[in-house]
Design a protein around this ligand. Structure first.
Ligand code: FPP
Length: 325
C-alpha cells in the first residue's frame, strides 16, 4: 500500500487540510496533500469580457490606459511574486523597517484583489522564507503578527471574492497560533472555486525538493522498490504545489536579479519580470505593466520562435516539393 502523509489537523466537513510527512524524521510541511485535480483551468474565453476594463473600474487614467492594452484572453494561469523592498521603502522615509512590512501587506491586499478580478487561476506570494528566521526576533514576530491580522481582517473579503487559500512551506518553527489561524482560513476557503491564493511561508525551494524526494524514497522503501526511479511528473506531484500549474510569470519587486530559493522547480520556464519598484509602492498599475510585458514575450520552451519554425517549415516544404518534383 502506498503510504500517505499523516494528517495533523483540520479534518472538518470532509475536507483535509494540513498533512505531515509519513516519515516521523521528516519535517512537517504546510501543504494539503491534494490530488492533481485541484487546479481549475481558465474559463472558456467566451466567459471572459472582451475588455479587461470590464473587470474592474480603473482608479485613474493610467490604470484605464493600461487596462486597454491588456488582452484578457492571454493572461497567465499562474503569477508568482517576490515581494521585496519593504525595508528599503521604510528606510527611505526614515521609518522603522516594520512600517515597510505594514505597507507591504496593504499592497498585497490590493494585488490579491486585482488578480482575483482578472480571474487569474493562481497567484503565489512569497511571504516568509526559511532564511528570514535570521532577521531580528522583533521583526520576525511582527511579520507573524501581520499575517495573523491580515487573515483575521481579510477573510470575509477572501470569501466574498471566492478565493481559495493554500499555504506552502514547512510547518516546523511556525508559532502554534499562526498555524491555527492558517488552518482555519484554509479550511474555510477550501471549497471556493475562484483564484488559488498560495502563500509561501517558512518556504524554501530546495527544502521543498528535499521534502518531495524524502517522501518518494519513503514510499519506495515501504513498497519494497529497490530499483525506484523518479521522473519529472512524479517529482512535481510530490512538491508542495502539487496540482497547481507552474508559474507562467515571476515578478520580483525592488530590482534585485535573484530568484531567492523561490519555486526553483516550478519556474523552469517562467517569464521573469523584475521591476525597480519597491513592494510597498507596487500597485495595480505596476501589475498591469508586468502583465502587458508578459503578453509581449514569445515563450519558446527551448524550441524555436514561431516565425523561425514557420520559415523552417516553409523552406522544408519547398525542399520536399523540389525533391518530389
Ligand atoms: C521583503 O522585504 C519582504 C518580506 C520578507 C516580507 C514580505 C511579507 C509581506 C509583505 C506580508 C505578506 C502578507 C500577505 C498578506 C501574504 P525586505 O524586508 O527584505 O526588504 P529590503 O530588501 O528592502 O530589506
Amino acid at each position: 500500500m502506498t503510504p500517505r502523509p499523516v494528517l495533523i489537523g483540520g479534518k472538518r466537513g470532509g475536507r483535509i487540510r494540513i498533512w505531515r510527512h509519513s516519515n516521523p524524521g521528516d519535517p512537517a510541511i504546510l501543504h494539503p496533500y491534494l490530488p492533481c485535480a485541484t487546479f481549475r483551468r481558465r474559463q472558456p474565453s467566451s466567459d471572459l469580457p472582451v475588455k479587461t476594463s470590464e473587470l474592474w473600474k480603473p482608479a485613474n487614467r493610467e490604470e484605464a490606459e493600461l487596462l486597454e492594452k491588456l488582452d484578457p484572453k492571454r493572461l497567465p494561469n499562474h503569477v508568482a511574486i517576490i515581494m521585496d523592498g519593504n525595508g528599503r521603502w521604510a528606510e527611505r522615509r526614515h521609518l522603522p523597517r516594520v512600517a515597510g512590512h505594514r505597507q507591504g501587506v496593504k499592497t498585497a491586499r490590493d494585488i490579491i484583489e486585482a488578480c482575483a478580478r482578472l480571474k487569474l487561476p493562481c497567484l503565489t506570494l512569497y511571504a516568509f522564507s526559511r532564511e528570514n528566521w535570521t532577521r531580528p526576533q522583533a521583526e520576525v514576530e511582527f511579520l507573524m503578527r501581520l499575517l495573523r491580522e491580515y487573515l483575521k481582517r481579510e477573510l470575509p473579503a477572501i470569501q466574498k471574492n471566492n478565493i481559495r487559500l493554500r499555504i506552502i512551506g514547512r510547518e516546523s518553527g511556525l508559532p502554534a497560533a499562526v498555524l491555527q489561524d492558517l488552518e482555519r482560513a484554509t479550511e474555510l476557503t477550501g471549497s471556493n472555486t475562484g483564484m488559488n491564493l498560495v502563500v509561501a511561508l517558512n518556504y524554501g525551494g530546495r527544502a521543498e525538493i528535499v521534502d518531495a524526494f524524502n517522501t518518494m524514497l519513503q514510499q519506495a522503501r515501504t513498497n519494497g522498490q529497490s530499483e525506484y526511479r523518479a521522473d519529472e511528473e512524479t517529482i512535481a506531484t510530490h512538491l508542495y504545489t502539487a496540482g497547481l500549474p507552474d508559474p507562467d510569470l515571476l515578478i520580483r519587486a525592488s530590482g534585485e536579479m535573484r530568484v531567492s530559493n523561490f519555486l526553483l522547480w516550478q519556474i523552469a520556464y517562467a517569464e521573469i519580470y523584475v521591476t525597480e519598484t519597491l513592494w510597498p509602492d507596487f500597485s495595480r498599475a505596476r501589475l498591469l505593466d508586468a502583465l502587458i510585458d508578459y503578453q509581449k514575450r514569445e515563450r519558446r520552451y527551448g524550441g524555436l520562435s514561431a516565425t523561425h519554425s514557420e520559415h523552417e517549415r516553409g523552406s522544408h516544404g519547398k525542399r520536399s516539393a523540389a525533391a518530389k518534383g
